[in-house]
Design a protein around this ligand. Structure first.
Ligand code: GLY
Length: 338
């Protein structure tokens, strides 16, 4: 009954268009830098992700299709070991993916966690948003839902990721029976790479996606911030959008992306809001114990962007890339600790 009502309501409000209640269809005035699409990576991945996303946006003005197209690029690319196909697996050598999507005009969202054998979790998250009365599907249920919608089960563990996992497994302890070749021994950081794709179309409609394979070598079943609405992603059609990458546990316990959007609502610029969220994480930790990184990216309705991280990554300041009518740009953010 509840579902019927919601379906009826959605169909009716869509058909009515401009007559829909204002809380349901939030139109905001597109200004300055609009339309805009951005992602939480710099030059190389930025171009790969944003070029097809921008083409969709320019051709159709469909902001959901645009952010999903961008996210799919990195999900399908086996060279990226932190998102989708080719992502680093959990401690059992199984790739488990997390993703979510959010749409400003209806303030609706969908999400999947611990999804196995499906290459494009952000597209499954979109179907959860559009074709169910739920928000969050996990594990086996999420996979079955994807297969019902025509997604194909595939092996997501590439040889590159499998060899990295094997190296980790063999070097984990000198008290087990795994032996590594001598040259393998090294202290590599565990990756928790992710990508956020955020956008605003010419009508001021806001949307975003966050997608990841999560923390490398995680305990099976671990869910990071990426599929948690308000943590790895948050969108508000009256304010803008924000996304997080890096150590998910810190982002979850500070409701990171929601925090950024609420700071923008209170009047901060996207840059100030991203820095405030990093500062909040620093404040709740013992500074000497901060051996992790978190990065936020954000955009407001004027098309201003912001980017901040707790630490540098690979010796570099945090970056985001964005695409507007004036073309491709890379924005240098700020690091709070050195
Ligand atoms: N931010 C990605 C994760 O922690 O899973």
């Amino acid at each position: 009954m509840k579902n019927m009502n919601r379906r009826h309501f959605l169909t009716t409000t869509m058909a009515l268009g401009a007559a829909a209640p204002s809380f349901m269809v939030k139109k905001s005035v597109a200004k300055n830098n609009m339309p805009i699409i951005l992602c939480s990576r710099g030059e190389m991945w930025g171009r790969k992700v944003l070029q097809p996303a921008w083409e969709v946006l320019e051709k159709t003005n469909n902001i959901l299709d645009a952010v999903e197209t961008g996210a799919n690029v990195v999900e399908l690319d086996p060279d990226d070991t932190s998102v989708g196909y080719g992502g680093l697996p959990n401690e059992n050598g199984v790739v488990q993916l997390d993703a979510c999507i959010m749409y400003g005009p209806t303030h609706t969202c969908g999400s999947v966690a611990c999804l196995e054998n499906i290459k494009t979790p952000s597209s499954v998250a979109r179907l959860v948003m559009e074709r169910t009365d739920h928000i969050h599907l996990v594990g086996e249920g999420a996979k079955r839902f994807a297969i019902m919608h025509g997604f194909v089960e595939e092996n997501l563990l590439t040889d590159k990721a499998r060899l990295e996992w094997l190296k980790w497994k063999e070097n984990l302890s000198d008290k087990d029976d795994w032996l590594a070749p001598v040259e393998d021994i090294e202290g590599k950081q565990r990756s928790s790479g992710t990508i956020n794709v955020l956008g605003i179309n010419a009508h001021g409609e806001v949307a975003g996606v966050t997608t990841t394979s999560g923390l490398a070598w995680k305990i099976p079943g671990r869910v990071g911030d990426s599929p948690i609405i308000g943590a790895g992603l948050y969108v508000d059609n009256h304010v803008g959008a924000a996304g997080a990458t890096g150590r998910g546990e810190e982002v979850i316990r500070t409701c990171g992306s929601f925090f950024v959007v609420e700071r923008m609502r209170a009047g901060l610029s996207p840059q100030q809001a991203c820095e405030a969220a990093c500062q909040r994480i620093i404040d709740i930790n013992d500074p000497s114990a901060i051996d992790f990184n978190v990065k936020f990216v954000a955009v407001n309705l004027q098309g201003e962007v912001g980017c901040a991280s707790i630490r540098e990554s690979g010796g570099a300041s945090p970056e985001l890339a964005y695409w507007t009518k004036s073309g491709f740009h890379v924005y240098q953010g700020k690091t709070l600790l050195n």
